[in-house]
Design a protein around this ligand. Structure first.
Ligand code: ZN
Length: 472
């Protein structure tokens, strides 16, 4: 018999970005995520490619989380005719209000810059990003969301970034219920700020990410040791500044948490002056604090400590205007400056690098992945000089990379989450990993768990078979 449900993998199939799955069941069609492809000209072509479905025939979108590789094509979808609701957690909706207009602003600027060579419309405009925000429908974690008479879903904590969810979906057809689970992006256990991913016990079909499905992360304890060492050595008398390039959403808040924790434990001397120099990071931090109920125990405890006087030991300044940002140039030592972009290819971070790279007393601390071709990658690879604002800048500052802050579970973490299933899903699809990584991880699941695993290719469809009824 024909399966009761068909899933087509439109993105993040043997690659990491462009998450988008088309689900067709009964007379309904919907998407899970509609993310941007990122990295290079091939990505741009895919972002602008003709859609594989009629946008106005899509009933709704379920969005796992705010990261642009999951949400970034929603404005284009709306612009092309989609008029249904986009369901996401309340925190994801709040983060999108910051992120989608910013993504659109970047698109507009890039189109403007490329205009001289070839007339090109931005992928979408700021106005189109706002139109997409209109379609958002916030849902609460753990509540059943009725999507139609025979269709419902539930958003559960994914432990990845604020508001991130994994999604359980139930579809009823001919007295049978099929359950599909979309992992979204799964975070590691005991990650700063957010709670741990929810264990899921059963599914007929499972779609699971594999970003780090073939490697193990350094532990958070090691990361804290590294960060402590760098801070103590750099900020001691007569030292320089610590400059931390960081993605505005998620990573910046995590670093604030870690520095707060280390000061509280007395591992970093009190009196720390931190400057968060990114308007988007300031907004994302505000959104984060608004959703304190989503934070884990440790984070809430740390915030309470900060409010009860601990805050005197650590001062966080958010610089808004360009003038305030420029004033940071005069600080020669003792400042921790957190700024975007995380890969140093744009944003205010470039001014702080201009000021601090030539100074042997300063340290630049990288905390995340640096893509090939970015300024961040050149520094991590040991460049002796770099070009900034048309100048050649010598690199004398200490360049450090701290691992262990990944927002994604490593191989052991993913397997631990999979072991939460009481019996094997009939079909498991490995997505959201580079081809070799996804294939390694799929092999690993087959070997360790004995599950039936598929590695979908781009635009490949699968029928999700009928199964015996069980209560949803
Ligand atoms: Zn993500």
């Amino acid at each position: 018999m024909i399966g009761a449900m068909k899933i087509t993998f439109l993105g993040a199939a043997r690659e990491v970005t462009g998450s988008c799955y088309l689900v067709e069941t009964g007379d309904r069609a919907f998407l899970v995520d509609h993310g941007m492809f990122q990295g290079g000209s091939e990505a741009d072509r895919k972002n602008r490619a003709r859609l594989q479905f009629e946008p106005h025939a899509i009933d709704f979108v379920l969005l796992t989380h705010a990261h642009i590789d999951h949400s970034g094509l929603l404005p284009r979808l709306v612009e092309l005719g989609f008029r249904g609701p986009i369901y996401a957690t309340a925190a994801t909706c709040d983060l999108l209000e910051v992120m989608l207009p910013d993504a659109a602003f970047v698109q507009e600027r890039e189109a403007e810059n490329s205009h001289r060579t070839r007339a090109e419309r931005p992928l979408y405009t700021v106005a189109e990003a706002y139109a997409a925000l209109e379609r958002l429908r916030p849902v609460a974690y753990d509540d059943a969301v009725e999507l139609g008479p025979d269709l419902k879903c539930r958003f559960r904590e994914a432990g990845h970034i604020l508001g991130a969810a994994l999604i359980e979906l139930w579809a009823q057809e001919g007295g049978r219920t099929h359950k599909v689970v979309f992992s979204g992006d799964v975070g590691p256990l005991s990650r700063p700020l957010v709670k741990d991913p929810t264990p899921i016990e059963e599914a007929d079909a499972l779609i699971v990410e594999s970003t780090y499905g073939n490697r193990l992360h350094r532990s958070l304890a090691e990361t804290e040791n590294e960060l402590t060492g760098i801070m103590r050595e750099t900020l001691a008398h007569g030292g320089g500044n610590v400059v931390i390039p960081a993605f505005a959403v998620g990573r910046t808040q995590e670093i604030l948490y870690l520095l707060g924790k280390l000061v509280r434990l007395g591992r970093i001397p009190a009196g720390l002056q931190i400057y968060v120099d990114s308007p988007m990071a300031a907004k994302a931090t505000e959104v984060t604090l608004r959703h304190r109920d989503l934070m884990d125990e440790e984070t809430r405890d740390l915030i309470a400590w900060g409010r009860n006087g601990g805050g005197r030991a650590i001062q966080v300044h958010f610089t808004e205007s360009v003038e305030e940002s420029k004033r940071l140039n005069d600080i020669r030592h003792g400042a921790v400056i957190i700024s975007a972009s995380g890969m140093c290819d744009a944003g205010r971070i470039r001014y702080h690098l201009l000021n601090n790279l030539p100074r042997a007393q300063s340290a630049i601390v990288f905390t995340g992945f640096q893509a090939a071709g970015t300024l961040g990658r050149k520094l991590v690879d040991g460049a002796r000089e770099v070009r900034l604002f048309g100048e050649t800048v010598p690199v004398r500052a200490r360049i450090c990379t701290i691992g262990g802050l990944s927002a994604h579970a490593d191989q052991a973490g993913l397997l631990a989450w999979l072991r939460g299933f009481r019996k094997a899903p009939r079909q498991t699809f490995v997505v959201h990993g580079e081809a070799a990584t996804a294939s390694d991880f799929a092999a690993h699941i087959r070997r360790e768990l004995g599950w039936n695993v598929e590695l979908p290719g781009a635009r490949q469809s699968f029928d999700i078979g009928a199964s015996p009824a069980h209560p949803a």
